[in-house]
Ligand binder design. Structure first.
Ligand SMILES: C[S@@+](CC[C@H](N)C(=O)[O-])C[C@H]1O[C@@H](n2cnc3c(N)ncnc32)[C@H](O)[C@@H]1O
Length: 164
C-alpha cells in the first residue's frame, strides 16, 4: 500500500479520538504561531484534519482523510497535498500544522503550497525532522516550539509579513 493511502487509513481510524488526543497540543502550537505571524485574508489550511482552524481563520481546508473532514465544518476539500485542486495564487496564506512529516514528497507539497498561496507557515515534529531540512525547503525563518519546528516564508513581497 502506498504511504499516502496508509496515512489516510491511519487518520480515518483515529478520527473519532483525534481531538481528545491532540486537540490541546495543536491548540498550543497554533497559539505559538499566532504570536509570531498574523495570518489573514484568504487562507488555506493544508491537512486541516478536524478543522479547528477553519472557523477562526475563515479558512478553506484540505485533507486526505474523509473521516477527519467529517468532523470539521466550513469550506473544505478532500484531496492530496501533493496535487492541490486550486489555481495559482488564490490564497494569501497557507497554514499547515503537523502535515509535512507524513507526506512522501515534502518538496512537492511545499512547491504546491507556494503555487497556490502567498505566505507559508508549516509545523513539523522535531522528533522526525531537523531544522536544516526545513531550511532546505526554503523557509526563511524557523522557530523552535516545544515539540515542533515552525517554518515561515513569504512567497510574495506584498503579502503579510512576520512580526519579529
Ligand atoms: C497530525 S494531523 C494535523 C491536523 C490539523 N492540522 C491539526 O493541527 O489538528 C495531520 C493531517 O494531515 C492529513 N494529511 C496527511 N497526509 C496528507 C496529504 N498527502 N494530503 C492531505 N492531507 C494529508 C491527515 O489526514 C491529517 O488529518
Amino acid at each position: 500500500m502506498k504511504l499516502v493511502q496508509k496515512t489516510m487509513k491511519y487518520y480515518d481510524a483515529i478520527s473519532s479520538s483525534y481531538n481528545r488526543l491532540y486537540g490541546v497540543e495543536q491548540g498550543k502550537k497554533w497559539g505559538f504561531v499566532k504570536e509570531r505571524v498574523r495570518v489573514c485574508g484568504r487562507v488555506l489550511d493544508l491537512g486541516c484534519g478536524t478543522g479547528f482552524l477553519l472557523r477562526e481563520l475563515n479558512a478553506v481546508g484540505l485533507d486526505l482523510s474523509k473521516a477527519m473532514l467529517l468532523r470539521a465544518s466550513g469550506k473544505r476539500f478532500c484531496g492530496d497535498a501533493h496535487s492541490l485542486p486550486f489555481k495559482d495564487n488564490v490564497f494569501d496564506w497557507v497554514v499547515s500544522l503537523s502535515l509535512l512529516q507524513d507526506v512522501p514528497d515534502p518538496e512537492r507539497v511545499v512547491r504546491e503550497a507556494r503555487r497556490v498561496g502567498g505566505n507559508l507557515v508549516f509545523s513539523v515534529l522535531k522528533k522526525n525532522w531537523s531544522k536544516e531540512r526545513l531550511a532546505r525547503l526554503g523557509f526563511e525563518k524557523i522557530w523552535e516550539e516545544k515539540k515542533d519546528w515552525i517554518g515561515f516564508t513569504r512567497a510574495r513581497p506584498s503579502s503579510q509579513s512576520s512580526k519579529r
